[in-house]
Design a protein around this ligand. Sequence first.
Ligand code: BGC
Length: 765
Amino acid sequence: MNKFSLFIVAIVLFSCNSNNSVKSNKLDPKIENSITTILRKMSIEEKVGQTCQITLDAILLKDSRNTLVEPHQIDENKLNQAIIDYNVGSILNVSNHTFSLKKWNSIIKDIQAVALKTNHKIPVIYGVDAIHGATYIKNSTLFPQEIGLAATWNLSHAKKMAEITAYETRASGVPWNFSPVLDLGRKPIWSRFFETLGEDVYLAKTFGTAIVDGYQGNQMIDSNHVVACLKHYVGYSYPSSGRDRTPSLIPNRTMEEYYLPPFKDAVDAGALTVMVNSGEVNGIPGHANKYLLTEVLKEKWGFIGFAVSDWEDFINLHKVAQTDSTLKDAIATAINAGVDMSMVPNNPEYKNYCNLLVELVREGRVSQKRLNDAVRRIIRVKYYANLFENSHSSSDIEYPKFGSEEFKKAAYNAASESVTLLKNNNDILPLSKDKSILVLGPTANSLNCLNGAWTHTWQGIDQSYNNSYPTIKEALEKKFKNVSFFEGSKMLMVNGDEADLLSKDLSNAVRAAKSSDVAIICVGELPSTERPGDIYSLDLPIEQQFIVKEISKTGIPIILVLVEGRPKIIREIEPLSNAILQAYLPGDQGGKVIADILAGDVIPSGKLPYTYPRHNGVLMYYDHKQSEVINANTWKNDFYNPQWDFGYGLSYSSFSYSNLKLSTNTLFSNDKLTVSVDVENTGEFKAKEVVQLYIRDHYASISPSLKKLKRFLKIELEVNETRTIEFSIGKDDLQFYGIGNNWITEDGKFSVMISNQSQDFNFKN
Ligand code: BGC
């Protein structure tokens, strides 16, 4: 391409850059024409390069022993080779480091400056895992992990988290975030349970779209927003063994009703990229599943963005799934299935990938049409991310709100609405500030435990990048006059499992208990994710349980604080605890939030986004069926007996529900049913409550769940205030995936249930 034609392409690209809505999922002819012009001029090698994603390490300087030079610096030769010789279209991540904003900006500028030297000046799209805030930037704002965010049951926190994360990520020059995780959390032992929005499809759908809205903004993705990436399409979160990246078995109906809808809604909301499931479903690896990637995602749903592989997953089709006997076959399988970009991501493997894909295209095993489609999608997203106009190569946009008090307050608010009060016998909480407090447990004095994995580093265990926020112990010391602290036990991971040790100071703690009014025992898990987070049992390690048992012998009341990404079994120590707080992984603000809740400065309002199991072996969900509740010992319908139910969470105040009314006894196909209910704050504190509406389908040709969440609303009520809440329900809320493999709504009896209120109605097609 000569300079003049390049200029024309640039003019066309830039001039159609207004008022375009990514939400419509409709293609803009002007953009498509511009892409066509570029595609016509690109060689096969240049196109293949666009589909290649490498990790930052692949272009960093290494010493003679092949280790990265500290502080990390770009190796210009490697950068030029990747971008100019191999036409690499995308770079990701950072290896076990958190960089300053300045460092990030210089990295991105260096990369984009080289991209501008290439034939077509196509900018690189840089992606990171900023999954609960801009996790790899120093002094960024860190929110609760997704499981905690879902526990707020407040969509405004989801949107705020995403907006702030987008702003801070974009401040570093990075325009693409590998978030949100929309895998359903229905396998609590899975190491990435905390990255999910919980077990319910409606909660995940509504939170997922709010997060996408926050990341991408309403229109074009401007310099305050990032491209979202829906992970991990689809069925990744339900491995039969519970271990990461192992096979899932998901029947078609369950796929349609549970696992696909959060992705479908987020695609409808305009999400521009998806990352593919690293595991396999029903024997078909995610990266080889043409039906899900091409027929469902792209053809049926009309997804206009691109699908990126997960880490090394083209290679893994050959090495791990063993569905392809050579790497070259694996690349053909994945690209032909519909994966558009390969997170190769290492050096020199990426060169091999590019060479093999060029060969495959020349041999006709990957068609030019498929390659063009993949590249068109990638360039389209670069266009929507506004990279052609602002690739950050010489950006001087200011981000004055980065790490601001305003942002910290938003993170604090989200964390404070996530923490869930599970037990509060005799209103022991809140505690008066003159109490003498014994704090102990392995999560009491750890900011890393409050944040979890994907914090500053992949596994989140490096302390060197921590911000200066208080741990639970430190926050309690600020709030209460008389605090003593003991560790009790140490958490360890040894040979791929939890192997905690009792600490020597436990006997001192028992002694100190005798002169304390109350013990606050903080238990939980070490940060971990993916394969390093695989464990053998959901049981809370016996050493942590032992702390509770020993302290309970002293007779002082116990407040148990759970700092955990997955619900650990606490059946034996629950009765020994007078109050229990589930903190999830609340982020940097967690210590302060927990202290404020314990002291009554914040009234808890979180609700469980999952069913908290009582036993390791019997895992049930709130939307179970009649057959699952029959108890063979009592022959009563009382077998569903989790530790706590989905949607459960107490307040320091209390609420009463009355007057549930339906606008009609019979709902017809095209009509709406208005449901209203009165909620009164009958307690002593102004407080927040989540009004949850469930529906029961009494008889259906596919055995129905006893209830399913269909609406929710978080409200705040003054003491004695009563508010009437209205919801609107339609035919779609009653549908299920029928015997004929299509969505249907059958005539018959349904119930609406809100808290202790219930009313029946009939549906008629
Ligand atoms: C994870 C993804 C992540 C990617 C890039 C993979 O190992 O499964 O969730 O986005 O790495 O860091």
